[in-house]
Design a protein around this ligand. Structure first.
Ligand code: ADP
Ligand code: MG
Length: 276
């Protein structure tokens, strides 16, 4: 089943009536399956964040349409239906934390949805367990590492029980350990059935997805399973993007005459292949 669908989505930023509009999204058609894990990559300014904000109705299309679970984001009255279904996690955990106590912070979202106190308590407990932060529930978020803060921010979204979470570069400000922690939680949420859309500039994260979408200048230029997309490594480099280290290594080995299968993109697969 499709959970997110865009129909010729166009988004233009308009500062005022005099200056020309900036076209950030230039007619994107995409369908995202419920329960899938999609990674979106692309250079700075390619329109990834604008696309993300159009999914949970932080921005409304200036052309075309976005549907979340059948609700058109621009329809009057659809806003809450869309926001309940599509949560969003941003880059900077500090900007997403609003309370001085972790569990109050996680309760903030469900409180805004008007959920009964008993149910809120249940959801906060479940959400904090889902990100392995339950033990720290009574602490202040300010005591936490970047990765832990981001996990609390994720719990705040999970507590709203969304069907889909869009992560906009959630690991960009974290150290390697924090990045790993956040990726582990994201993969766990995906295993639990949540539809995950991950915007990232770490190719090692993108290869973990079922589907990789590459954006350039507000359009989708490549879209498919990671092995299929990264097989276009020259095209990806021409877009001035990195390719995963494994893909780079395979390309070099091929140039030296080694016949490496095309479907190797992950480190584990690469190691398994080389050890055979
Ligand atoms: P990405 O997330 O891929 O870096 P963005 O969606 O942030 O890309 O930006 C896409 C384009 O829209 C860029 O050209 C950017 O300069 C422009 N843009 C983004 N936000 C604004 C804004 N608030 N006002 C005007 N232009 C913007
Ligand atoms: Mg961005």
């Amino acid at each position: 089943m499709t959970i997110i669908r865009t129909e010729n989505l166009v988004f233009e930023y308009r500062k005022d009536d005099e200056s020309p509009p900036v076209r950030a999204i230039g007619g994107v058609n995409i369908e995202i399956e419920e329960g899938s894990f999609t990674a979106i990559i692309g250079r700075n300014g390619s329109g990834k964040s604008t696309f993300a904000k159009n999914i949970n109705a932080l921005l409304l299309p200036t052309g075309g349409a976005v549907y979340v679970d059948g609700f058109r984001t621009s329809d009057e009255g659809a806003l809450w239906e869309v926001r309940r279904r599509a949560g969003m996690v941003f880059q900077n955990p500090d900007n997403q934390i609003v309370s001085a106590i972790i569990e109050d912070d996680v309760a903030f979202g469900p409180e805004n949805l008007g959920i009964a106190p008993d149910e809120i308590r249940r959801r906060v407990t479940d959400a904090l367990r889902a990100v392995d932060m339950y033990e720290a529930r009574a602490k202040s978020p300010h005591m936490l590492s970047g990765g832990q803060k981001q996990r609390v921010a994720i719990a705040g979204v999970v507590a709203m029980r969304p069907r889909c979470i869009v992560f906009d570069e959630p690991t960009a400000m974290l150290d390697p350990r924090g990045r790993r922690e956040v990726m582990d939680i994201l993969l766990r949420l995906h295993r639990d059935g949540i539809t995950v859309v991950l915007i990232t500039h770490f190719m090692e994260e993108a290869v973990k997805a079922d589907r990789v979408v590459i954006m350039d200048a507000g359009e989708i230029v490549l879209d498919g399973p990671p092995a299929e997309v990264f097989a276009h490594s020259d095209e990806i480099r021409a877009l001035r993007l990195d390719v995963p280290l494994t893909v780079d290594l395979c390309d070099r080995l091929r140039r030296r005459g080694h016949d490496i299968p095309r479907d190797i993109v992950g480190v584990e697969e690469m190691v398994a292949y080389l050890c055979r």
